[in-house]
Design a protein around this ligand. Sequence first.
Ligand code: 5AD
Ligand code: SF4
Length: 461
Amino acid sequence: MHLDLPILDQAAPSVAAQPVAENGKKVYVETYGCQMNVNDSEIVLGVLNAEGYIPADGPDDADVILLNTCAIRDNAERKIHERLSHLKHTKKSNSDLVVGVLGCMAERLRTKLLDTQLVDLVVGPDEYRRVPELVAEAMGGDRGIAVKLSRVETYDDIVPLRTEGISAWISIMRGCDKFCTFCVVPFTRGRERSRPLTSVVDEAKQLWDQGFKEITLLGQNVNSYRDDVAGYDFADLLASTARAVPNMRIRYTTSHPQDMSDKLIDTMAEWDNICKYIHLPVQSGSNRILELMNRTYTVEHYLGRIRRIKQAMPTCAMSTDIIAGFCTETEDDHQRTLDVMREVRYEGAYMFAYSPRENTKAWKMGDDVPDDVKNRRLNEIIALQNSISREINLAEAQSGIIHPVLVEGPSKRNDAEWKGRTDTNKTVIFTHDGTRGYIVGDTVQVKIDRANSATLFGELV
Ligand code: 5AD
Ligand code: SF4
């Protein structure tokens, strides 16, 4: 089945298409949190660049430092407060320095951040077009805030300023309507809205023309993507993109188990250039906890989706997010989470201790699992995941599996070893003797002969 979807040849209009003269001011954007933030920082740099600002090499070199922040857990915010108190010293020795807070923490704390005297501008995720205006005002001595959330902003006409060479992020939607009871994102990023299919496909084509070899389609919940005007869903978008850039590796993240449709699974199976890797957060293995979390699926539904995925793509790698110690979680609930992990055998997982967030529904449920219990459960989850990842990787080494690997360049430790990533999103280190003629961005075949829980090692075939 090939969907007949429109692919415009016309480039999307771009803010950076007519750059103005450089204004001599350098900006450094420091990014915290998720991949959406990484792409948002590129969008902010794109907006500023179009107004003449140039990217600084580092914070010491910058006239403007912007922290693009995360509010998902308390420790994410704590890290940013620490960074801000460090910047206070920097500002003492350079009083002209402009400091801004962007992103989810800006949206959550708003004017409270201006109380600190250090911060000159506070800008939420839907107001990045106003960053140049607020930076200019800050340079004139005024402090400013822009934190309105939008129902329509997608920045689809903005060209992100990307600094990385072969892999690019493309945000296809913004916001989240799921309202999981623990999560602050629907409050900090607002309602769900999608970019038109054609604007995403055009961006993918432009990236291929610029030499990018891998794209990741991003959203808080990409499988509820909808181009309502043209009537397309996420599977249609994936298929259109796969067809428009047939030699590009295509990934996506993050998906919600409730919206993991058969159509989406079959589309992934159909296209060789769509990576066989799905990040499908389960959060908990207990139906009682899933209901309290408002996750809107049961463990049985979740496992049914995994079976359907494996039927269509037997080698598809799975990863997940898990929260330990959510409100009222018992030892039995915790054991059920470990059971799901044993059953699915994820290749990887992001694992967190529950962190109560103000204004969420769960905030009112209390935080009744004591810290020592929460941490012990989290450590058990991490230990189990490490041993499963290790077993999966060792089995690959034992069978001498051959992976197509997208070459990223020399490994950190040693020029005689290069690194790259598999379709299934694992890092591979392989021997590089300089005689094989491949370059960064090529795909090579690597036979795996060693492994640990995080990395595969092998030789070119
Ligand atoms: N506490 C702990 N983890 C959280 N996550 C989201 N909100 C919280 C919270 N309040 C985790 C979820 C989500 C991932 C991005 O972060 O697992 O999938
Ligand atoms: Fe948060 Fe749930 Fe939306 Fe993910 S799906 S961003 S966890 S509310």
